[in-house]
Write a protein that binds this ligand. Structure first.
Ligand code: HSE
Length: 294
């Protein structure tokens, strides 16, 4: 085997975007990086500490992909570093899954297609809303059919983003357990109409309408907001300062405001004064998804 050395970078993501529950997601400029190099045996260093490779989630995903495609991965050293906070609604687990898929793709020279990567990632995660933006970048709208996962990417979103990341963690499983098992027909029709309008408003770049519909989710936020510190305060204060709208990022507890382009820094500074203990960050939209540097 020829010597090799490469870096895999995978963006974080914010799923749902209000009523786009389990379907919409936006890639963010925070990354997991894997620095990969040929070696005589396997070793995986996560944030500087060596981990048994069989215990490491990313490595276990890579092995599952390799098994699926019938290849053995060559020995290597993998060093993981991450800018993505865990269990905060920023898609860290989906980014890790995409990193594992790409690790197997590169090491096993599998030449996986986008559709194959999306199908595998969605199989592991259960829904495509974080996997698709981490793979493709931009804002993605996806769903699961029996034999396919259609996914559309929108890239020209002219908005600044502000994330409010609290110290507390919230496990997705806990936040999913608060949701109703079923929705009554009229309720579901109204909820999906909100979602249709979010997408149509984005397409037309009517960001005022986008923000309004973002804040009218009926699928998940009404049932989760009690779990989210400062939910109403953050939404109201951001609106007062000029935000178009604020939504839960994924299952929370992070919240994300969409604000007019050029006003992000100023609104972020104002919001920081009101949110002691939070990380308040101006985030970029990632437009390329997972990428390799050699
Ligand atoms: N759509 C998912 C949810 C995202 O809201 O539960 C988090 O996995």
């Amino acid at each position: 085997m020829m010597p090799f050395r490469f870096r895999i970078s995978v963006p974080a993501s914010s799923a749902n975007l209000g009523p786009g529950f389990d379907s919409m997601g936006l890639a963010l400029g925070l990354y997991i990086h894997l620095d990969v190099e040929d070696a005589d045996c396997y070793s995986f260093f996560a944030h500087g500490s060596a981990e048994a490779e069989e215990n490491h989630f990313i490595w276990s995903i890579a092995q599952r992909v390799a098994k699926r495609y019938g290849v053995a991965l060559p020995p290597c050293t993998v060093q993981e570093t991450s800018e993505i906070p865990l269990a905060r609604g920023l898609g860290s687990s989906a980014s890790a899954i995409v990193a594992g898929i790409e690790l197997a793709n590169q090491l096993g020279n599998l030449q996986l297609t986008d559709a194959q990567k999306l199908a595998f990632g969605t199989e592991v995660e259960g829904h495509p809303d974080n996997i698709a933006p981490s793979l493709f970048g931009g804002l993605t709208i996806s769903t699961m059919l029996e034999d396919d996962i259609p996914s559309i990417q929108l890239n020209d979103i002219e908005l600044d983003l502000i994330a409010y990341i609290p110290k507390v963690e919230l496990k997705t499983e806990v936040a999913r357990n608060c949701l109703p098992d079923t929705y009554e027909r009229n309720y579901a029709a109204r909820a999906s109409a909100m979602s249709n309008l979010v997408v149509a408003a984005l397409y037309k770049k009517d960001y005022a309408l986008f923000g309004k519909m973002l804040e009218n989710d009926l699928f998940h936020e009404p049932f989760r907001k009690e779990l989210i510190p400062n939910f109403n305060f953050i939404r109201d204060k951001a609106k007062e300062l000029g935000a178009f709208g604020t939504a839960l990022s994924g299952a929370g507890p992070t919240m994300l405001s969409f604000v007019p382009q050029g006003s992000g820094e100023k609104i972020k500074e104002e919001m920081l004064h009101h949110l002691a203990g939070y990380q308040v960050k101006l985030l970029e939209i990632d437009t390329q998804g997972v990428f390799i540097t050699r």
